[in-house]
Write a protein that binds this ligand. Sequence first.
Ligand SMILES: CC(C)(COP(=O)(O)OP(=O)(O)OC[C@H]1O[C@@H](n2cnc3c(N)ncnc32)[C@H](O)[C@@H]1O)[C@@H](O)C(=O)NCCC(=O)NCCS
Ligand SMILES: Nc1ncnc2c1ncn2[C@@H]1O[C@H](COP(=O)(O)OP(=O)(O)OP(=O)(O)O)[C@@H](O)[C@H]1O
Length: 206
Amino acid sequence: MAVIGLIGGPGAGKSHVAGVLKGFYPVALIEADKVGHRLLAQDPQVRSLILSAFGPGVLDREGGIDRTALGAVVFFDRDKKETLDSIMLPRIKESIQKEIESLTQADPHMTIVVDGALLVEAGCGELLDNLWYVHADASTRRKRLVEDRGIPPERAEAMLKSQAPDAFYLAHADAVIDNSQGRSGEELEVEVGMALEKLKRNGMDD
Ligand SMILES: CC(C)(COP(=O)(O)OP(=O)(O)OC[C@H]1O[C@@H](n2cnc3c(N)ncnc32)[C@H](O)[C@@H]1O)[C@@H](O)C(=O)NCCC(=O)NCCS
Ligand SMILES: Nc1ncnc2c1ncn2[C@@H]1O[C@H](COP(=O)(O)OP(=O)(O)OP(=O)(O)O)[C@@H](O)[C@H]1O
């Protein structure tokens, strides 16, 4: 059994690498973004804290949290992003921990992959056996966010600026997966396979 965390900036390709892993190996996937979306949509305490911190401008017509509006506030203002992080990250960690526990109970030998940009900031390091930094240069990431994901350029730029620099990720990573533009699918698959092999050799997947 091993729990692998995938970290990296927006557009680096964490979800893409998670997809490669899931396509080739029997792994369970936990997506931290989806955990956050669920909390925003379903947790009344989260809704109330967000409303107090950011005001009614971040609500949609039905009274739910409008993620586009909330992103427009926090990606452009460091203090507000810190406020959002203080509300979300401890709860995201708690949900991920519960999910890991229930997956492990169902199958103690399961390999679990957790995809999340802010796993280190959320204190999830202690839940993970191995942390992989998915890396792509800033211009590739910018291009992917704008062209592949349809995010407006100013918002993509603000998202890139609101995350930690390369040095932070490198300082915490056990392995680096290079997902730059121009790498072939086969190269990426080999690199992912090698990182898994290394984990096995180090006896972390028992
Ligand atoms: C800010 C929100 C409302 C924007 O929603 P939206 O649907 O537009 O974006 P989405 O959730 O798909 O996030 C896209 C990417 O933005 C980056 N990102 C998200 N939240 C943050 C943050 N607080 N700080 C820095 N980058 C972030 C991540 O790389 C993420 O993959 C949303 O991302 C959110 O609720 N963030 C807080 C939850 C969180 O911390 N998620 C990361 C879990 S590790
Ligand atoms: N190696 C690749 N080849 C082709 N397309 C890729 C590759 N890696 C990522 N992409 C595309 O780039 C976009 C961003 O990738 P992805 O969603 O995996 O990034 P992410 O790191 O999970 O981003 P975020 O933190 O914003 O969730 C997606 O549309 C994805 O399909």
